[in-house]
Write a protein that binds this ligand. Sequence first.
Ligand code: CTP
Length: 414
Amino acid sequence: MLRGKHIVIGVTGGIAAYKAVYLLRHLQEEGAEVRVTMTPAATRFVGVETFAALTRHEVPIRIFPDPTDSISDNWTRHIQWAEWADMIVVAPCTANSLAKIVHGLSDSMLMATILAARCPVLVCPTMDGEMYQAPATRANLQQAKELGFHLMEPESGYLASGLHGPGRLPEPEVITGQIRSLLESAEQHAEKSPEASPKLLQGKRILVTCGATREFLDPVRFLSNPSTGKMGMAMADAAASFGAEVTLLHADSVDTSRLPGSIELIPFTTSDDLFNHVRSRADADVIIMTAAVSDFRPVQRHKQKVKKESAKLELPLEQTPDILQWLGDRRSGRPGEQVLVGFAMETEDLAGRAREKRIRKGVDWMVGNDLSDDNSGFAVDTNSVLLIGPHSENRFKGTKVDVARGVLQHIFVS
Ligand code: CTP
């Protein structure tokens, strides 16, 4: 997968800089051609010579070549490097470098290259836990996401400061895996929809639902499922990045703090709550039902906690309203007026079941979620889906955000 790919590693001044050496070797072993640029602070942790010897290439630090350099005409190196790269990976990325990336500073070769880049940029924030949790860093991370940078969550563990917490650079093989999937999905996008733009969905009102409903038996117990709402949030995020006016109906357990402020957020708890919200917004141009709606609920919801001694060990259940089915029925006879997208989580016969559900529920597109794939399902950041439409079936794989972008581009460009 990485054979022949051009990857620039940007090393910034953190203690994990030494791990960039292993990352470089990993990428080379997979066939990638790698170049390294370091910030001035990074050179205090690892020598330029280490990277130069391993890449067999110069390791620029400043934008301008040294006046004593024999090559004096390469003052546009940062543009050339940005054009050369299929991907830029900033690993480790300190809080300082993150802030510079987000604010478009170009005071080093790395920052200028990032600013000039049109390829995907993967940022691996790595710092002490307190710095990572600081409001300024959180805001920068949020903004980095909104600007389209790909972020890799740091791992938690023992930090150089002696404290425990989030902030460690993930292992080189984990970063390599992420690079692979980002490049794969970038290729898919390029093939399928070269003309997708930030204006793709401008003027469209899009309603997205996400997360797990809770069906209460009494005030302290409920039926639910493990959905964390990540795929729905990715759909909302992608739709907003394509210019849509987005409302996200989200389970109140879902952490929406990293979503762009332009998305209207409305929480729900039960399937009935969700149904009421959907009903009052059912005239949206596009409705994407990513929510994991419970199919059953207890027939009786007790006002007080059911005590152990008095509990019958049987729980009579009834079906919840099928919201997507209601939307499909409501729109029947008026195709083309609204786009309906459903999600189907399956553990077997994904294609067959998702096809059947698309027809049965009367929707335009069904996104089949392949739970047999290790990289998809609840709570993880990646996904593997089969998009089933009226005339086509396509597979999308990668981070949930990339899958969401791919799915929307496919639906609205084709
Ligand atoms: N859905 C819904 N209301 C429900 C159940 C599901 O709107 N009560 C929607 C989901 O949001 C999803 C789609 O229907 O977009 C498919 O959900 P899924 O659970 O896979 O299908 P079910 O119809 O519930 O069928 P089954 O559980 O038997 O697979």
